[in-house]
Ligand binder design. Structure first.
Ligand code: EPU
Length: 294
């Protein structure tokens, strides 16, 4: 993969053959190339160049919910768009895709944006959270998204809204292969003077029920149904605390796998497939991955 031409595009920075661990929350060491891009114009130029050269790309977002495995023929893209918080008003809550949900939670507290408590503690960028319809038991991204701006794989900008803006559990139904979310307008439910309290209480709940300080990728499996949480199934099978090479099923929550000692991406791949196999054998349930194995 020859990435020389990328170096001539302004507003982007290329890192070739580096350790990508710091771009994912599970911090697995794996070598690959990444370009950080700070404007939509630059992103468009990069995408068209990659298309011309037949290079696959993948947006890393905040790097949660993904484990990078086959990094050789892929260029990773990190969006780093800036925006001015002063320009945000209750009438137009428009943000670039790269803003973190943590920053939006702070804004929710300042502007008393009821409904935004669903962002609490989700380690994601806005674009990533919309693409996978991230959620907690308080709700899902779909409840708050009004319009999404997308750069297509052909380099065209389009806005998705209304009946076209459809989601499913932990997925969207409007992005095509190669599409990149570049920004979104959000809505809120009502002005809520108690939002601070709701966010803080929820953060406390999460800190007690999830291993927030370890290196992990969030929930590994989708819940087969709201009544069958994957973490509970793993717990009931007595698998919490099980270790494999540098990995461990969290003692706190069965659907989290912690990187406790320099695990490799292939170890992760093997371990999660083994857990999937055991669950199928012992409980007859076919787990699906929530984490993206890239
Ligand atoms: N449970 C157990 N043992 C465990 C884990 C959970 O018995 O080891 C039980 C809990 O006691 C509870 C039920 O399972 O009765 C559900 O657990 P929890 O409230 O932790 O929620 P979850 O369904 O496991 C979902 C999301 C999380 C999100 C939490 C909190 C999925 C796959 N997971 O987890 O999202 O943080 O709700 O709102 O939908 C993620 O998307 O990466 C993620 C972690």
């Amino acid at each position: 993969m020859n990435l020389e031409e990328l170096k001539n595009i302004s507003d982007c920075r290329l890192y070739e053959d580096i350790d990508l661990a710091r771009f994912t929350t599970i911090r697995i060491h794996v070598k690959g190339s990444l370009v950080s891009i700070s404007t939509i114009e630059a992103l468009k130029k990069v995408i068209l160049l990659l298309k011309k050269n037949n290079v696959r790309y993948h947006i890393v977002g905040l790097g949660a919910n993904q484990v990078l495995i086959n990094t050789k023929d892929v260029l990773f893209i990190k969006l780093d768009f800036s925006f001015n918080e002063e320009d945000i008003t209750i009438k137009k809550l428009y943000f670039p895709a790269s803003v973190t949900l943590a920053r939006l939670s702070k804004l929710a507290k300042r502007m008393h944006l009821g409904g935004w408590e669903i962002f609490t503690g989700i380690p994601a960028s806005l674009g990533g959270a919309i693409a996978m319809n991230a959620g907690t038991r308080l709700g899902e991204m779909k409840d708050l998204v009004k319009k999404v701006d997308v750069l297509t794989a052909d380099g065209d900008l389009k806005t998705i809204e209304g009946e076209y803006l459809k989601f499913s559990y932990r997925n969207n139904l409007f992005l095509n292969a190669g599409d990149i979310i570049v920004g979104a307008e959000l809505s809120f439910k009502e002005i809520d003077e108690n939002i601070d309290k709701k966010i803080d209480e929820y953060l406390l709940y999460r800190s007690k029920t999830q291993p927030l300080s370890s290196k992990n990728c969030g929930c590994v499996f989708k819940n087969p149904s709201p009544l069958i949480p994957a973490g509970k199934v793993i717990d009931e099978l007595g698998l919490k605390g099980e270790e494999y090479k540098g990995l461990k099923i969290s003692e706190v929550h069965g659907n989290f796998i912690e990187n406790i000692h320099d695990a490799s991406a292939l170890d992760f791949y093997d371990f999660v497939h083994e857990i999937k196999r055991i669950v199928k054998e012992k409980r007859g349930i076919e787990f699906e991955f929530e984490v993206k194995l890239i």
